[in-house]
Design a protein around this ligand. Structure first.
Ligand SMILES: CCCCC/C=C\C/C=C\CCCCCCCC(=O)SCCNC(=O)CCNC(=O)[C@H](O)C(C)(C)COP(=O)(O)OP(=O)(O)OC[C@H]1O[C@@H](n2cnc3c(N)ncnc32)[C@H](O)[C@@H]1OP(=O)(O)O
Ligand SMILES: CCCCCCCCCCCCCCCCCC(=O)OC[C@@H](O)COP(=O)(O)O
Length: 377
């Protein structure tokens, strides 16, 4: 293990990175709160400011992946579609298989200049996560309870609000609705069988309602669906803890650009279209398993310096007062202040561990885990 690698694996380094992330995140959340009065005066200006503030948070995590861990991201795509990425609004359909698939998504957003503005149909529970979840309120992220009857009108309203969004965005949909586990896969394949649908080997059965409502409400706003299939080389199982430890992964992403006009408007036809899309995605994953690559030509969109610059900025801003504080603390020699400081460090460490836990599949929800009574007619 090299010296740099040894340094990256040190708990103290992680604590410093997490301190910068947490404190800068809370400061940005506060600044976002201060933009509230602006929404009534100039909604578009408030949105543009919030896009930039959100970028300051999410790009720190992207910087950890790109610059700290040095993870490589390769894109497999049609060269004719490539120039359009980042220049139009799009609905992104991505497999939900890895702890950090969302972070790879963010990384591609960063490379195409849409990181601050990108959106997702996210489960309501994530809105309570400090920093990220609070930031999402101001980004007009669409939340769902994963109960269609309750979600229908709220999701529709939130999507309609995006029709006059001032900057290009990608709207991410994990149609599987939850992350892949063998148990959830087994249950969803029982549902597939009962519906007479072909079985999938690498994906859960997609939930079609969210996709249909998104396609319907973003027609005329989004130009295309980006069908995206992600995998990692050498059977890597990447985690956020691995990224913090400086572990380098190799992400491969296959993207097909499908004009939104090709997605049927009728709900049942749209559902059938999505099921067929997932069967194709499954074939791509099979191809990857057999050959170690996706079909078609590759490009490696270059990493941009902005995520690193932003990270260095916040580190300098927040580590200087921390250094001063620690020096004063040690020179004061007061046992009480030292104990209080250790308690604050433990709180930061505990808080961040809890947040990292949100990204771990083995701590995932029970959604899709329960056997459903099947109608085999
Ligand atoms: C490559 C570039 C990447 C770009 C990235 C861009 C942007 C990045 C931005 C942000 C990144 C942040 C990342 C954060 C990630 C957070 C993501 C999440 O929180 S995922 C979870 C929430 N999202 C979803 O669930 C979306 C998909 N779900 C749906 O669309 C659902 O339909 C719904 C709208 C949520 C409603 O949920 P509900 O449970 O009520 O679903 P349904 O009505 O569809 O379910 C009933 C239906 O399904 C059948 N059924 C029953 N059991 C199963 C099963 N196990 N599997 C599949 N289907 C099942 C059941 O028979 C019913 O069928 P029918 O409709 O025919 O009656
Ligand atoms: C600079 C780097 C510092 C890193 C240290 C701090 C890390 C803090 C990380 C907080 C990240 C919070 C964002 C969580 C996004 C999780 C996305 C996700 O994958 O959600 C799962 C849902 O889709 C489905 O849920 P399940 O039904 O599978 O359950």
């Amino acid at each position: 293990m090299g010296l740099l690698q040894l340094l990256k694996s040190q708990f103290l380094c992680h604590l410093i990175i997490c301190y910068v992330f947490l404190v800068s995140g809370l400061i940005i959340n506060l600044l976002q709160l201060c933009t509230l009065p602006l929404w009534t005066v100039s909604k578009q200006l408030a949105r543009r400011i919030n896009i930039r503030l959100a970028y300051c948070i999410t790009s720190q995590m992207v910087a950890a992946l790109e610059w700290w861990s040095g993870t490589e991201c390769t894109l497999y795509t049609d060269p004719k579609s490539y120039p359009l990425y980042g220049k139009e609004n799009a609905i992104v359909v991505l497999n939900h298989t890895f702890d950090i698939d969302f972070l790879c998504g963010w990384t591609f957003c960063e490379r195409f200049g849409v990181l601050g503005s990108s959106k997702v149909l996210a489960k309501k529970e994530l809105s309570y996560v400090p920093v990220i979840g609070w930031m999402w309120y101001f980004l007009e992220i669409v939340f769902c309870k994963r109960k269609w009857e309750e979600d229908r009108s709220m999701v529709t309203k939130s999507l309609q609000k995006l029709q006059d969004y001032p900057e290009n965005f990608w709207f991410l949909l994990y149609c599987e609705g939850t992350r892949f586990t063998p148990k959830k896969h087994k249950i969803s394949m029982q549902v597939a069988e009962s519906k007479g649908l072909a079985k999938l080997k690498y994906h859960l059965l997609p939930r079609t309602k969210g996709f249909w409502v998104t396609a319907q409400n973003l027609r005329g706003t989004a130009a295309a669906v980006y069908d995206s299939t992600l995998n990692f080389r050498n059977d890597e199982a990447p985690t956020l803890r691995g990224i913090l430890n400086g572990k380098k992964y190799h992400a491969d992403l296959y993207v097909r650009r499908i004009p939104l006009e090709l997605v049927p408007e009728d709900e049942a036809e749209c559902a059938a279209w999505l099921h067929k899309l997932y069967q194709e995605k499954d074939d791509f994953q099979e191809h990857y398993t057999q050959t170690g690559r996706f079909p078609g030509p590759t490009v490696s969109p270059p990493r941009r310096p902005w995520s690193l610059i932003n990270w260095l900025f916040w580190s300098c801003l927040l580590l200087y007062p921390l250094g001063l504080l620690l020096t004063q603390l040690i020179s004061s020699g007061s046992l009480l202040t030292i104990v209080a400081s250790l308690a604050v460090c433990s709180a930061v460490s505990f808080g961040v561990r809890w947040m990292i836990g949100q990204t771990e599949i083995h701590r995932g929800s029970s959604y899709g885990n329960k056997e459903v009574p099947l109608n085999n007619n």
